[in-house]
Structures are given as C-alpha cells and as structure tokens.
Design a protein. Structure first.
Length: 273
C-alpha cells in the first residue's frame, strides 16, 4: 500500500522532542523523508530545560524505525544563515522539499523583558526565517507544497498573564496568523498552501514542566478574562500525536484545497472562551 507522502520531503523545526518529534515520526510513517532541525541548547530566559542533542538523536532513531530517511542538524531558527545551512544539508541529501512544519517554539511565561525578546525572536521571527529559507526551493520545483505553522490557542484568544514573556508568547502566536494569511495569498499562484494549527495545552516538555505547571496553576487560580476556562471537551491536556494527526492531514492531498486556515486543535478551548 502506497503511503500518502511517499517521495516527499518534510522540513521540521524544533524536532528534538515534543510536538516536533511527533510531527517528524508521523510524517515519516506516512512516507516522507525528514530534515529535522533543533537548537539543542538553552536560552537564558527559559526556566525549563530545552531539547538536547540526545533528544534529537532519539528523534532520528524513531524516524529511521519507520523506514524513512532523515537528516538532522543543530541550528537556531533565530539565525537565518544557520537555518539555511541546515536546510541545505537536507536538500543536498534528498534533492527536494515539499512540506514545511515551523514548530520550534519556547514558552518563557514568567520571565521579564528578556523573555519578551526571546519569545518574539524564536516563535515569530524564527517562523518567518523557516518559511523564508524554504520558499525558493519550493517555488523553483514547481510542484506545489504545504507549509504549516504551529501556533496556539493563545494565537486566537487573549490567554495569559501580565508577565512580559506571557504577553510576548500571545503576541508571537497571534503574529503567525498574519504570516499564514499573507503567505497563503503570496504562494497560492505556486500551488503552495499555508495554514496554521492552534493547540490548547499539549503534554510536551514545554508545557509539562515544574515551571510552567506552576504558572498555569497560578493563572487559573487568579481567574479573570485572561485566564480562559480550560477545554470544552472533558480532557485537560492533549497529546502531541493529536496535533501531528492534524498536521499530517493538512499536508496531504486530502486537504489539497485548504489554505489560509487557522485550525484549532484544542478540545473546544477557544470556542468555550
């Protein structure tokens, strides 16, 4: 049986663990080869541990276990040149690019001004860099493609606290909606589709860590409009595979006429608000 993404290549950022790893493994299981990127280092304003080189090596093994090929590189999405070099390594190996999943992100929710700067740099500018380095190859191929930006329920509603990092997180995730809508129009003549996915809380190391569990508990305890009200469906937290399933559908031919869409995968969180 032919796998739906057979012969395609996916470029995935933040692939060492969490959602990024789930996207890489799912798309590989569907037949895509993978170019996997991760910082594999720490950012000072982020109080929880970020992914490591060992985490990225685990992603490599899991992708290879599906029978797919993978090129993995350490690169910083804030540094366009670093990102382009990493992508070029994958293009040299695979010779094409069909799918982009701009997933890399941080959540320095209780940080000060440095958190604002870092979260904008990673979660918004880093996504712009990811799309920007990928576009020339996708256009030159002339075979279309699909780009998915991983946003958040906080990119569709005003969730958060007065902490600079939290405000920056909401601003960056809202900013991805603007990127989706403009890029969807700019790239439509090339049959390249651009969409975003907006999860509520997902059980990944970015969310399920001591620092951010404490921040979430305090936000909900304080209540108020900015706290939101949890999910509508009776589930407290989603799994990374739930988001990867939505991404796999968006990049497949089953969604071939879907572009410019901001898709909540949030158990009704935004609707409940």
């Amino acid at each position: 049986m032919t796998r739906p993404l057979e012969g395609q290549v996916a470029f995935i950022t933040g692939a060492a663990r969490g959602q990024g790893r789930a996207h890489a493994v799912r798309l590989a299981a569907d037949g895509a080869d993978v170019i996997a990127i991760d910082l594999c280092g720490q950012i000072d304003s982020v109080a929880y541990p970020l992914g490591s080189a060992e985490d990225l090596a685990t992603t490599v093994k899991l992708v290879e276990d599906t029978g797919a090929r993978i090129v993995a590189r350490q690169a910083d999405v804030r540094d366009r040149a670093s990102l382009a070099t990493a992508l070029d390594a994958g293009l040299e190996e695979f010779g094409r690019l069909d799918i982009v999943v701009a997933n890399a992100g941080i959540a320095p929710m209780q940080s000060g001004p440095d958190g604002w700067r870092d979260v904008i740099d990673v979660n918004l500018t880093g996504v712009y860099h990811t799309v920007d380095v990928a576009i020339p190859t996708m256009i030159e191929q002339g075979t279309g493609g699909s780009i998915v930006l991983i946003s958040s329920a906080a990119g569709l509603a005003g969730f958060g606290t007065a902490d600079a990092g939290s405000i920056g997180y909401a601003a960056a995730k809202h900013g991805l909606v603007g990127l989706v809508r403009l890029y969807a129009n700019l790239l439509a003549p090339h049959n390249i589709r651009v969409n975003s996915v907006h999860p509520s809380g997902v059980n990944t190391p970015m969310v399920n860590n001591e620092v951010n569990r404490k921040w979430l508990a305090e936000m909900f305890a304080e209540g108020g409009a900015a706290a939101g009200g949890g999910n509508a469906l009776p589930v407290q937290i989603l799994q990374a595979d739930d988001i990867a399933n939505a991404v796999a559908w968006l990049v497949s031919d089953q969604a071939r006429y879907i572009t410019g869409v901001t898709l909540p995968v949030d158990a009704g969180c935004v609707n409940k608000r």
